[in-house]
Design a protein around this ligand. Structure first.
Ligand SMILES: [Zn+2]
Length: 53
């Protein structure tokens, strides 16, 4: 578990990585917000209430 130390630090700062969703674009872990998930690496954002699913 000694990989991506830099990323881990970023995650800790945000503290919103509970859901463990991964970005479909770059494969990075996404930040889980109340209504969306966003990738801090490539900027991809996925809205939770955007679709019926
Ligand atoms: Zn991404």
């Amino acid at each position: 578990m000694a990989e991506n130390k830099k990323e881990k630090k970023e995650k800790k700062q945000k503290g919103e990585y509970k859901e463990g969703k991964f970005c479909p674009k770059c494969g990075s872990r996404m930040a889980a917000h109340s209504d969306r998930s966003s990738c801090g690496k490539c900027g991809y954002t996925e809205f939770k209430n955007s679709n019926s699913k």
